[in-house]
Design a protein around this ligand. Structure first.
Ligand SMILES: Cc1ncc(COP(=O)(O)O)c(C=O)c1O
Length: 403
C-alpha cells in the first residue's frame, strides 16, 4: 500500500514548516506521540522503579512494557534480551568491556573499514590487551564488500566480527544473515551496528541470527536513547557492568549501569506504536513488517529521483550503489562533485531551506579509504519515508543552480 504521506507527516510536528529535512541519518524528526509520552511519564511516573508503592509499581511496569515493545520491534523472543543505553557508542563500549575478559591473548577480532567509528574504536581498543584486530575492507572503486575476503580473514582464533547493517555513508544494506552464517561457521560471534538501517527496514534478529545488534532511537523517530539486542545465553555469559551484587543471571540489568533512562524508554516505545498503526494496527510483527514494506517503497521512489539526477551528471561521483532498490540500499545517498568543495555546496543549499550535510560522519576510515576525505569530505542527502518527491525536486533545482 502506498504510504498515507499526509497522515505520516502530521505525526511529526517538526515537519509542519517548509524546511526540508535531508539530514535524517544525523537525527530524524521525532514523533509527536514520543514527545507526549515523555512529558506524561515525567509528570506522572517519575519515581524510582522497584518499590512496592503504587507509583513505583507503575513505573516498573512501564519500563517492562517498553522493553517488550522493543523486543517486538526487533523480533526478539524475550524482553530480557533488550539492553537499553544512552547511545549506540556507549552500548558498544559497554559490550567491549563486558566481553573482554572472555577473550585470551592472541584471539582475533575483525572490524571493518566501512563502519561508523562507534563499532570500530571499542574493538580496536582491545588491541592493547593483546588481542589481534584485523580489518575487513571494501573495494574503493565500486564501494562493494567481498564476503570471500571476510572468509579469508577468519581463522580458528576469530572470536568476534563487528559489522554494520547499512553504511551511514553508502546506504548499502549488507547481507547480515549470510555474514552471520559465515561468522558462526568459524565459531565466532557477530555484533551489528544497525543505526543506519533501523529507520528504514524491518529487523528480525532471529532470522538474521545475530549475537548482538544495536541502534539508536534518535535516528528512528524517537529520543536520544539506544538499544542492544543480545542473545539471552550470550548476555548471561558477559561480565556485569553494574554493582558486584548484580549477579550473572541479572540480565539485562547487570549491563545497564545506573539504570536506563525511564522516561525516554517509555517515550521510545511510541515509535513501535506508530509503526504498528502504519502497518494496520494488528499489534504484532506482521504490522511492523507491513509498515516497513510501505516505507521501503516510498524510500525507493525518493532514492530513484535523486540518483537518476546524480547519475546523469558527469561531474558527480556517487559513493555506493547507483540503483534505488529497497532491498539493496537505504535512501542515504552520498556523492562528490568534481573540483568542488563539499562545504561550499552545502552552505549554498542551506540558503534554500534544505538541510543536508558534508563531512565524514564519523565514518572517517571509510571516507579516507574511498579517497574522498579532501575538499570537506562527501556530500550526504539522507532521507526517510516522510520525505517527499517534491522535496527531492526542490533540492535538484537548487543543485542545478549551484553546480
Ligand atoms: C552507523 C552509525 N553507527 C553509530 C552511530 C553512533 O550512534 P550514537 O550517536 O547513538 O552513539 C551513528 C551516528 O551517527 C551512526 O550513523
Amino acid at each position: 500500500m502506498p504510504l498515507d504521506l499526509a497522515f505520516v507527516r502530521k505525526q511529526f510536528p517538526a515537519l509542519a514548516d517548509d524546511f526540508v529535512y535531508f539530514d535524517n541519518a544525523g537525527g530524524s524528526a521525532v514523533l509527536k506521540t514520543v514527545a507526549e509520552r515523555v512529558y506524561e511519564y515525567l509528570t506522572t511516573t517519575s519515581v524510582q522503579t522497584g518499590a512496592s508503592y503504587a507509583h513505583s509499581r507503575r513505573a516498573s511496569e512501564r519500563l517492562a512494557q517498553a522493553r517488550a515493545r522493543f523486543a517486538l520491534l526487533v523480533g526478539a523472543s524475550r524482553a530480557e534480551e533488550i539492553v537499553i543505553g544512552s547511545s549506540t557508542t556507549a552500548l558498544c563500549q559497554n559490550l567491549a568491556r563486558a566481553l573482554r575478559w572472555r577473550l585470551k591473548p592472541g584471539d582475533e577480532i575483525i572490524v571493518t573499514a566501512f563502519d561508523h567509528e562507534s563499532n570500530i574504536g571499542p574493538w580496536r581498543g582491545l588491541e592493547a590487551l593483546g588481542f589481534v584486530v584485523k580489518v575487513w575492507g571494501l573495494d574503493p572503486q565500486t564501494c562493494e564488500i567481498d564476503l570471500d575476503a571476510l572468509d579469508r580473514l577468519m581463522t580458528s582464533r576469530t572470536r568476534l566480527v563487528a559489522v554494520t547493517h547499512a553504511s551511514n555513508i553508502l546506504g548499502t544494506i549488507n547481507p547480515i544473515a549470510e555474514i552471520a552464517r559465515r561468522v558462526h561457521a568459524h565459531g565466532a560471534e557477530i555484533v551489528v551496528d544497525a543505526v543506519a538501517y533501523a529507520p528504514h527496514r524491518a529487523i528480525d534478529v532471529i532470522a538474521l541470527d545475530v549475537d548482538y545488534y544495536m541502534f539508536s532511537f534518535y535516528k528512528t523517530y524517537g529520543p536520544h536513547l539506544a538499544m542492544m539486542y543480545g542473545q539471552y545465553d550470550k548476555l548471561i555469559e558477559l561480565d556485569g557492568l553494574y554493582h558486584y551484587f548484580y549477579g550473572r543471571a541479572m540480565v539485562p540489568q547487570k549491563l545497564e549501569p545506573g539504570n536506563p533512562n525511564y522516561e525516554l524508554a517509555w517515550g521510545a516505545a511510541g515509535v513501535v506504536d506508530y509503526l504498528d498503526r502504519l502497518g494496520g494496527g494488528s499489534g504484532d510483527r506482521a504490522a511492523i513488517e507491513r509498515a516497513f514494506d510501505d516505507i521501503g517503497a516510498q524510500e525507493a521512489a525518493l532514492s530513484e529521483r535523486l540518483l537518476s539526477y546524480l547519475r546523469d551528471r558527469n561531474d558527480v561521483r556517487i559513493l555506493g550503489r547507483r540503483d534505488s532498490l529497497a532491498a539493496s540500499r537505504v535512501p542515504t545517498i552520498s556523492f562528490k562533485v568534481e573540483g568542488r568543495d563539499s562545504a561550499e555546496i552545502v552552505r549554498a543549499v542551506d540558503e534554500a531551506g534544505i538541510g543536508m550535510r558534508f563531512g565524514d560522519f564519523h565514518s572517517k576510515r571509510l571516507v579516507e579509504a574511498l579517497g574522498e576525505a579532501g575538499s570537506s569530505g562527501v556530500l550526504r542527502v539522507s532521507m526517510v519515508h516522510y520525505n517527499t518527491v517534491e522535496e527531492v525536486d526542490r533540492l535538484i533545482v537548487r543543485l542545478d543552480q549551484i553546480l
